[in-house]
Design a protein. Sequence first.
Lengths: 405, 405
Amino acid sequence: MTFPPVEEQLEVICRGVEKIVPEEELRKKLEKSAATGQPLRIKYGIDPTGIDLHLGHTVPMRKMRQFQELGHQAVIIIGNYTALVGDPSGRDETRARLTAEQVEANAQDYLKQVAKVIDMDAAEVHRNGDWFAKMDFARILELCSKVTVAQLLTRDDFSKRFKNEHAIYLHECLYPLMQGWDSVEIKADIELGGTEQLYTFMLARDLQKDQGLPLQLSVMSPILVGTDGVRRMGKSLGNYIGISESAYDMTKKLMQLPDEVMQSYFELLTDLPIEEIQKILAGHPKIAKQTLAKCIAGEYHSEQEANESVERWEREIGAGGLPSDIPEVTLEKSSYPEESVAAVDLLFDLKLVKTKSDGRRLIQQGGAKLGEEKTAIGDINQSIELVEGLIVWAGKKKFCRVVLK
Amino acid sequence: MTFPPVEEQLEVICRGVEKIVPEEELRKKLEKSAATGQPLRIKYGIDPTGIDLHLGHTVPMRKMRQFQELGHQAVIIIGNYTALVGDPSGRDETRARLTAEQVEANAQDYLKQVAKVIDMDAAEVHRNGDWFAKMDFARILELCSKVTVAQLLTRDDFSKRFKNEHAIYLHECLYPLMQGWDSVEIKADIELGGTEQLYTFMLARDLQKDQGLPLQLSVMSPILVGTDGVRRMGKSLGNYIGISESAYDMTKKLMQLPDEVMQSYFELLTDLPIEEIQKILAGHPKIAKQTLAKCIAGEYHSEQEANESVERWEREIGAGGLPSDIPEVTLEKSSYPEESVAAVDLLFDLKLVKTKSDGRRLIQQGGAKLGEEKTAIGDINQSIELVEGLIVWAGKKKFCRVVLK
């Protein structure tokens, strides 16, 4: 097997990566692989607890696809054994123990989603129950003897919890060892993940060394910021873009992105060359976001759908047209005996503003409008007649249609 | 089954015990046992790593025999599974991994020794490999989820090591859990051991509670001081009396005991009633030690042998007679070209004194003597002619015969 030149590979691998540990070994690994014609074995572990992937998850997965495109071997580990066990301490009710069938169904669902990013026809898939179900207590004790409590407590999350006197249960100490052992079993050359896993990645090296195997190195991606531009992308934070969302939903969310995070989205979520990204970012932010939306929506849908989504957005929202999907908000008639309401209260009751102060400010700035014709509300106390179907605007992008009940 | 009255049982059980935890539960356990006619299940765990039992080990074992005499059920756990694993961290070369055959041979040897104290015909014996060899990883994770790292670090030895930054390996954290699980398996009512095991004993209660079982309590014996009267009895400290030693060797060692430790030896190693012990201790220390020697040597040998040993000691050492087994010390002729040596140097070279200052003091006090006739050495520089077979005394109890080479 032949690979692109090492320099070229390094450029692809290092793009958008936060940390490579130990970095000096990467070139050697690639050179050895080039010399022997052996693809590197790239490990990525997933936890089949049943989740909908969002763009944040795709960052290390896209790195995996880049490795595949360079000719290396993707190895996906499904942590089915740990999922079977669940979190036995019972502290976290949401991580209940799953049945073998549920775990496998989750794994299949996960793999189907992963296939949107990784070329699964060329990937190996292993379930860690294949080796852990066979391990006896003696073997587990031996595995545990490779690590000390003090070492475990250097792990970021453990050290924080220990300092804050939050419980760390003993079984949790075994999870990083299990993940490390996966690397031994599949002879990983490189493991993908985030920097929060550095400890586990290094532990895997110790276990590989102990078994006389070549040591893996870790290629750690940064954490993707959510659409709020502040916190990491997460389902519970409501700042995510799911990879199963429609092209138009993706586009709408991407078009609202704060300008500052565009660069990382381009670097981490598209394959556009860095120089081209720089040029795009030097132009108008709206155009840049439209390019970004076309790239990302185009990855999960057709190019045509992506283009149409951007056009629709431009027509309905960007250029100020009336959107075709106006969210409806229901108001209780009984709460408005006079069948009218002060403008500032209306904005607040429709949840278009967070506080009445925000509402007052918006009205004073002329940003609150009514109807398809967008008639500005002139006074915070202006009495608005409540009629079914009334459209209310709070700025250009927030709006809703009133439903009375 | 009927038992002695609870008060009477309490008196026997509490004798010479350092701590009972939780103490208030003991009476209830005994009352319930009396009411239902069910003997209590008394657990004692042993580690078949191949050791010669000494009197220090017999303290909890004698407590077990007392429980047996009260009508309760002895349950011996042989930790064969942990012994098989050894200490896998490889830090302690002396705790090498044993083969199954070695472990079983050690266990048999141990049981033979234990039978000198515990009535093995009436005891249950379990090997913890019976349950641990069958436990899978998922079950072990579940077991580990019952305890937190912080709880483990409250264990005396762990907390000291953690503070001193000495490594605690993760497998060591599993050992107390395993020992605790033994209590679940055999449904222990009471566990015997030393106070250093308090943490493990309490952990066993947590695991029993978790399994909906009655909770064990622990009856903890104090640590027996060695024949030096200072440190705990231990083979490596050379201050021990092995239970396989001859009646005469036991007697000799017991007769050298510092007076202060006699009471604990009487309480912990004999069944003499406390009032009788008080009377004995009020008399002459030599007579008291002879009584102690007769009791202890008589437990491991016949009463006749014990009596004869004490008589022999009295004849040979106590009354100043010549002992029948004089240790030999070899001196190199070439180190003494003049075939003689200064008295103080002789004592030192024969290791009868630790320092030459000690030798000088001994000679000045008239404690250094020569030959069967015990001729006092008058001067520290007195020239002693080196002849084969010369007997040299340093006080009444230290002596040797010179061998030249």
